[in-house]
Design a protein around this ligand. Structure first.
Ligand code: SF4
Length: 204
């Protein structure tokens, strides 16, 4: 899945800039479920485009990628002078994954736009949540559910995806139950598992 940058017009004629990004909703203290005990990706050949393109972000223009290469804590990157050059003259050197994800992004914009319009129509409180998030630090985030996306976009695979997602959500309900610092995660996992249970039983 890809991203969509858009603006929402508010009642006072101001505009709110919004970036819609699919995300794995995990507490930062939890590893990716696909991470193996050997600390390697367990689905390397089939991992999501977002993982393949890291650390580059194709929703930014190519020339604005350099700062993404600054190593962060926990990274095990080879930054020696003998390491391969991956970004030069504002161009990505090994660019297949970047180009592929950017193309996916462009193709998925109409679907994400439909989702944004649906959410603004049927969940008007979303604007308040976005305003609140934005007011705190001039930028913030609001998380919505995959089930709402499947419903809004009338996904033909909604039932099948819901059946796959439901046991995963139930696992994370169990993993976060009783953990005070993860109460928000627990509440969302619980609510989303109910939504997925409904979708997974929906009549075709
Ligand atoms: S590369 Fe992606 S899918 Fe694989 S372990 Fe890392 S985050 Fe998970």
């Amino acid at each position: 899945m890809a991203t969509l940058g858009t603006t929402i017009k508010l009642a006072d004629r101001k505009e709110l800039a919004v970036l819609i990004v699919p995300t794995a909703y995990l507490p930062s203290s939890f590893p990716c479920p696909a991470l193996g005990e050997d600390n390697l990706c367990g689905i390397h050949n089939n991992k999501p485009s977002r993982c393949k393109t890291m650390p580059f972000y194709p929703y930014r223009a190519e020339r604005y990628q350099a700062d993404l290469l600054t190593p962060r804590p926990g990274w095990a990157c080879d930054t020696s002078t003998s390491a391969s050059v991956v970004f030069e003259n504002n161009k990505i050197v090994f660019r297949d994954d970047f180009d592929h994800e950017r193309q996916e992004l462009l193709e998925q914009v109409p679907i994400l736009r439909r989702y944004a319009e649906y959410m603004l129509k049927y969940s008007p409180s979303l604007i308040n949540s976005l305003m609140h998030a934005a007011s705190k630090t001039k930028a913030g985030h609001v998380v919505t559910s995959l089930s709402s996306f499947l419903t809004a976009t009338k996904s033909a695979d909604a039932k099948k995806i819901a059946q796959q997602q439901l046991p995963i959500l139930k696992t994370y309900v169990e993993k976060t139950a009783g953990l005070t610092q993860l109460a928000d995660f627990y509440r969302n996992y619980l609510n989303w598992s109910k939504e997925m249970a409904y979708l997974s039983q929906r009549q075709e």
